[in-house]
Ligand binder design. Structure first.
Ligand SMILES: Nc1ncnc2c1ncn2[C@@H]1O[C@H](COP(=O)(O)OP(=O)(O)OP(=O)(O)O)[C@@H](O)[C@H]1O
Ligand SMILES: [Mg+2]
Length: 265
């Protein structure tokens, strides 16, 4: 038994993609994240859950330095991606965000064609030598976003003309086009109907083959369906982090229990 536990632990450690240690986040005087340490596993979906205002989005944004764009925001502590400090001076935030892509709550396609939405990142990062290569990258990303069949005959129509669920899958395609290693999703399905939600959830499960995916969700059912690891946040603290099954069937902390049974939040 002990041996099995030890092997599991070693495998998990070898599997770490992002390692956060003693992370604190302040917005001016507001202390939004308190001393959070967590390892995010590769090729795994990790769900962040917790009541509104507990710091899920704030902590998610630490992972690709999106908080840099908020003037009052100050982040302390260490965050490593594959063992490299993402806040080091030598790390370019734009480059980092290509590696650690992000999908937002509200689908936000650029006011450009479907094609150009996806081609934008690869162009900036010089990923294609010519038009044929770029076409290939765009097609691959749209296939990865499970939307190719729906848009292949109208690649030059505006991305904003798609339905909400299609726009969200376009945004996922745009995020994967730069070949990220980690995909951060902040309530990616909250603006979608149940059918589009199911499509995006299926896609998330598929993306797990290649990426570390972190998803913020208010839906306990969604966390249980798509994730293998779950982190429960409460008032800026990471209260509990464990296998999703364990969090939902046998949580260790009273606050987790209260939240998943609907008593707080
Ligand atoms: N740009 C900001 N400026 C100032 N305070 C902020 C900012 N963004 C978040 N906060 C504060 O930080 C705390 C955590 O907010 P955050 O948005 O991370 O919570 P959340 O868990 O994502 O909530 P929700 O589920 O409602 O999206 C809250 O007290 C919030 O008011
Ligand atoms: Mg949020």
């Amino acid at each position: 038994m002990n041996d099995i536990r030890k092997i599991e632990r070693d495998v998990n450690m070898a599997n770490t993609k992002i390692s956060a240690r003693s992370v604190d986040v302040f917005y001016g005087e507001t202390h939004a994240i308190r001393n959070v340490s967590v390892d995010i596993a590769d090729r795994t979906v990790t769900a962040f859950i917790g009541p509104s205002g507990c710091g899920k989005s704030t902590f998610l944004r630490c992972l690709n330095r999106m908080n840099d764009t908020i003037e009052t925001c100050r982040v302390t502590g260490d965050i490593e991606l594959d063992g490299r400090d993402i806040n080091a001076r030598s790390v370019d935030a734009v480059q980092l965000r290509a590696q650690v892509g992000m999908v937002f709550q509200k689908p936000n396609p650029f006011p450009k064609s479907i094609y150009d939405n996806v081609a934008y990142g690869p162009k900036i990062h010089g990923m294609a030598r010519n038009k044929a290569e770029l076409d290939e990258i765009v097609e691959k990303a749209l296939r990865r976003g499970a939307i190719w069949d729906e848009v292949k005959d109208r690649l030059h129509a505006p991305g904003t003309g798609l339905s909400g669920g299609q726009q969200q899958r376009l945004c996922i395609a745009r995020a994967v086009a730069t070949e990220p290693e980690v995909l951060l999703m902040d309530e990616p399905c909250s603006a979608l109907d149940p059918i589009a939600t199911a499509q995006v959830e299926e896609l998330i499960d598929e993306l797990r083959q290649d990426y570390a995916v972190v998803i913020v969700t208010h839906s306990m059912q969604q966390a249980a369906r798509v994730s293998q690891k779950t982190a429960f946040f409460h008032l800026g603290d990471l209260v509990e982090y464990d296998d999703t099954d364990r969090i939902f069937t046998n949580p260790r902390d009273q606050r987790t229990e209260s939240y998943i049974t609907g008593r707080i939040g």
